[in-house]
Structure formats: structure tokens, C-alpha cells
Design a protein around this ligand. Structure first.
Ligand code: PEP
Length: 261
């Protein structure tokens, strides 16, 4: 059965890149995209570089994403950025509930839920992050943790709204640590997430959902991770800061994808 979806690979640049640096990196990836047409590629620069990267991308299928947003559309919220602003600058995607936002900026499943609504109201596609800490994994609480993030984070979504969402499973112990989940460990949780989504939104919607993995994805592990049945792509941090490694990750995912065809 041809179940494999084309790779969805997003590069989260976090708090890196001046405008000049962002343009250089984006230009290299946009150029490389010409030979990577099977993949959906998303660049997620800091807010300050969104406009420059969008201008470079022009009509290229390379998509733009933001790292965060606030749920209100406008108002007295000093320092915040809204969904209409992100839409206006050319974003298609927005990351919501990244573990770094949860850890350092007090975000919770409740704020994730509001941010999803804000994004959807402006027709942005949320990339919703979830995942367990090392302590939770070691205590055997990975699945309950992820299940509660699904239940609370996605609460109230209609099936139509659910279709607009990308899920990123990111075990916190694997983010920026160089410790990647093994393909088996990642697949186990991805399969569980899909099963839970099927219970809520039905089998068909869950089957179509894009569930990507994040946590020290590199050129050397992209192929074996992407070969897993329920892994539809990657959210890449560190390795997305250099064009070569990011492009190689995409190539390796495409190689695994083509083998399934
Ligand atoms: C991330 O930022 O979502 C991430 C997975 O980072 P890294 O690839 O550096 O672990």
C-alpha cells in the first residue's frame, strides 16, 4: 500500500540569523529546492527576517513559517505579534507550543489551544509541538503526557479545523541535545498520536494528518526516521542553520520516500 506522504521538512532557526545571514541561508535552500520538488519545505526564521526571506522565496514553493504568535488579532499587547500580521508578511505556517516556549516563556496546553484558534482564524496552518521530558519518559509517562497534550491543546477543534494542523512530536530530551530518538522510539509515539487522533477525529482524518518528528534530526538519521510508517517529516533546529545539512536531511527523506513508491 502506498501510504507514505511526501516529506514535510521545516527548519526552525530559533533566535539565530541577522537579515543578511537569513537571506544567504534562504537563498541556498530556495535554489536547492529546484531538485527537491517532492518535499514540502518550510523556513521558520525569526520575526525580523520573515519579510526578507519571503521576498527571496517569491513564487518558489518554499513556504514561510513563524516561530510563535499571540492569539489576539491586535491591541495593547506590547511585544507580541498576531496571526493577521504573520499572514500579511507571507507566512503559511506558525509553530505553536514549542518546548522552549513552554519551558522559558510559561506556555501551557491552554495557551497552545488559544494560539491554535488565533492561527486558524487567520488561515495560518499551526505546527503544534508536543513531547515528553526525560523524567516523564523514564517514569513510563510518555504516552499519557502526549495524550493530555492532544486532549488539552487541540480541545474544541472541529474536524475541518483539525485538517489544517501539523503535529510535531518532539521529545524534549532530544531537542538540541544531539540525542535523537531511535526510529523505533519515534515511531512508537507517532503511531500512538495517530491512534489518539483517530479516536477523536476519525480514521480518515488521522490517516491524512501530517505528524513530523523533531529532536536532533541530522543527515545521518533522516533516512531511517523517515522510513518509519507514521513519520511524515521533520522539524529541524540546529541542522537547519546550515544549508548543506538541511538540504541533505531533505534529500535523505526523499530517498526514503521514493523507495516506498
Ligand atoms: C527544534 O527546534 O524543534 C529542534 C528539534 O531542534 P534540534 O533539531 O536542534 O534538536
Amino acid at each position: 500500500m502506498h501510504h507514505k506522504k511526501p516529506p514535510f521538512v521545516a527548519g526552525n532557526w530559533k533566535m539565530h540569523m541577522t537579515i543578511q545571514e537569513a537571506k544567504l541561508l534562504a537563498a541556498a535552500i530556495i535554489q536547492a529546492r529546484l531538485e527537491l520538488s517532492e518535499a514540502e519545505i518550510v523556513l521558520i526564521p525569526p520575526f525580523t527576517a520573515l519579510r526578507s526571506v519571503k521576498k527571496l522565496a517569491g513564487e518558489s514553493p518554499v513556504q514561510l513559517g513563524a516561530q510563535n504568535l499571540f492569539w489576539e488579532e491586535q491591541g495593547a499587547y506590547t511585544g507580541e505579534i498576531s496571526a493577521p500580521m504573520l499572514k500579511n508578511v507571507g507566512c503559511r505556517y506558525v509553530v505553536i507550543g514549542h518546548s522552549e516556549r513552554r519551558q522559558y516563556f510559561g506556555e501551557t496546553d491552554a495557551t497552545v489551544n488559544k494560539k491554535i484558534a488565533g492561527a486558524l482564524n487567520s488561515k495560518l496552518n499551526p505546527i503544534v509541538c508536543m513531547g515528553e521530558t526525560l523524567e516523564e519518559r523514564e517514569a513510563g509517562k510518555t504516552m499519557p503526557r502526549v495524550e493530555s497534550q492532544i486532549q488539552a491543546g487541540l480541545a474544541g477543534l472541529t474536524p475541518e479545523q483539525f485538517r489544517e494542523i501539523i503535529i510535531a512530536y518532539e521529545p524534549i530530551w532530544a531537542i538540541g541535545t544531539g540525542k535523537t530518538a531511535t526510529p523505533g522510539q519515534a515511531e512508537e509515539v507517532h503511531a500512538f498520536i495517530r491512534e489518539k487522533l483517530a479516536e477523536i477525529y476519525g480514521k480518515e482524518a488521522a490517516f491524512c494528518a501530517i505528524i513530523i518528528y523533531g529532536g536532533s534530526v541530522k543527515p545521518a538519521n533522516s533516512y531511517s526516521l523517515f522510513r518509519e510508517k507514521n513519520i511524515d517529516g521533520f522539524l529541524v533546529g540546529g541542522a537547519s542553520l546550515e544549508a548543506d545539512s538541511f538540504i541533505q536531511i531533505i534529500k535523505e527523506a526523499i530517498r526514503a520516500y521514493k523507495e516506498e513508491q
